[in-house]
Design a protein around this ligand. Structure first.
Ligand SMILES: Cc1ncc(COP(=O)(O)O)c(C=O)c1O
Length: 433
């Protein structure tokens, strides 16, 4: 094959992929109707528009209640409060996730305790979570990461054995199901993000789900400045903030929900094609299938970079940069091990509940995924035509069959390895996929 693009050759692809987010005329009309209605905000809470959307969303996830919120970070904080997490309580979180899963715990006065992740799913490793339990543990937050579910059977058993609340972070799992049960319907409370990159989006936004009327009422109080919930059967009064979603956000979500099943199905088909094309390539390991995931969901497609031991191969970050140079958007350090992340400013000085910092924390699987192994491809590459996937596969194959060349060129490209998140954000903004 020809010279790698990162070494000056012709890239596999110059065309952009399908733009994201998707919208249509109906979305514009709904938005205009909302503008003309002069009901832009989220009060009285939940608004009739948001309630209509939430009923549909709850139906899709197979859960009794859903509530709208401003984003998927405050949804986690409200869930933690409703679950009874108070100052100094410990909450087990996976070390490999978006920082917000853990910072939400700190914001509520809790102490995030990092458990390692499973090397085959990159989701919370339940045996590692078990080892983190102390008398102060109050809750656990499994994250259904990228395209896999945390092992909810083992986790619910662990939670039952130790009296822990389970908050599912479903920021990546809209429409997904584990053994026929929708994400966000299995634990005590589910939290979804609707931020712009997510599978459904209103620009920013979030959703909470629960089967418990008591939690449903508590969450409304917490989201709506301490006001009573619609039903108020439990008479709960809590210190609430304004976490409300606006109707301008809600108006965008109907179209997102309508589009989701077709897009989900398409992503699954395209992912299957990609696996067929790249499955046997050198240095590439696919995540094993997860039969318990009865309704697949894919926020990003993730595979593992595992070059053959003893043979020269570049670092994962250079491997990723070489794929990007071929015209396929791709990321390696998509997430960090949270306790090592430059966004995780958690010290006893910043957070009064902490008695120590996280400098001695070690979760080897999470660190290996974050800094050596995981390769993330973006979902919008999977919603176009089959030819897009053939290009993705060609780019990966081109790089995977040139590992030794790339390793030899490594010193000249060493700067790529050091690309931190801020630098990457700038780099992303300059790109035009
Ligand atoms: C796993 C996970 N949890 C929580 C969040 C927070 O959601 P938001 O960005 O809507 O606040 C995100 C979004 O980036 C996420 O990916």
């Amino acid at each position: 094959m020809s010279t790698l693009a990162i070494l000056g050759g012709e890239p596999v692809r110059r065309r952009p992929f399908t733009p994201w987010p998707q919208y249509g005329e109906a979305d514009i009309e709904r938005l205009l109707r909302t503008v003309r209605s002069r009901r832009w905000g989220g009060y009285p809470y939940p608004t009739p528009l948001a309630q209509e959307f939430c009923a549909r969303f709850a139906d899709m996830q197979g859960v009794r209640y859903a509530l709208p919120v401003a984003n998927g970070t405050v949804s986690l904080t409200a869930a933690l409060m409703a679950a009874g997490v108070r100052f100094g309580d410990e909450v087990i979180v996976p070390a490999y996730t978006w920082d917000g899963t853990a910072t939400a715990v700190l914001a509520m006065g809790g102490v995030p305790v990092f458990a390692d992740v499973d090397p085959d799913t990159y989701c919370l490793d339940v045996s590692s979570a078990r080892a983190c339990i102390t008398p102060r543990t109050k809750a656990v937050i499994p994250v259904h990461l990228a395209m896999r579910f945390a092992d909810m059977d083992a986790l619910m058993q662990l939670a039952a054995d130790h009296g822990l609340k389970v908050i599912e972070d479903c920021a990546h799992a809209h429409g997904g199901a584990w053994k026929g049960r929708g994400a966000g319907s299995i634990g005590d409370i589910g939290s979804f993000s609707l931020q712009e990159s997510k599978l459904m989006t209103s620009g920013e936004g979030g959703l909470l789900t629960t089967n418990s009327l008591a939690h449903y009422e508590a969450l409304q109080t917490l989201i709506n400045c301490g006001r009573a919930s619609l039903t108020d059967q439990y008479g709960q009064r809590m210190l609430g903030l304004n976490y409300r979603m606006t109707d301008l956000q809600a108006a965008l979500l109907f179209g997102q929900l309508e589009r989701l099943p077709e897009l989900r199905e398409r992503r699954a088909r395209r992912a299957a094609l990609l696996e067929k094309l790249i499955g046997g390539l050198p240095g590439i390991r696919l995540l094993p299938a997860q039969p318990e995931m009865t309704s697949p969901t894919m926020y990003c497609y993730v595979f593992q970079y595992r070059p053959e031991p003893g043979r020269p191969a570049p670092h994962r970050d250079l491997f990723v940069a070489a794929i990007e140079a071929e015209g396929v958007p791709c990321d390696g350090r998509f997430y960090e091990a949270v306790y090592r992340s430059d966004l995780f400013h958690a010290t006893p000085e910043n957070c009064a509940q902490l008695q120590h910092d996280y400098s001695s924390c070690r979760c080897p699987v999470a660190e290996h995924a974050a800094y050596e192994e995981a390769v993330w491809l973006f979902q919008f590459c999977f919603i176009g035509e089959e030819d897009d996937i053939r290009d993705v596969a060609r780019a990966i194959e081109k790089v995977a069959t040139h590992l030794e060349t790339l390793a030899a060129a490594d010193p000249a490209l060493a700067g790529v390895k050091a690309m931190g998140r801020a630098q990457r954000a700038r780099h992303e903004r300059q790109k035009n996929y």
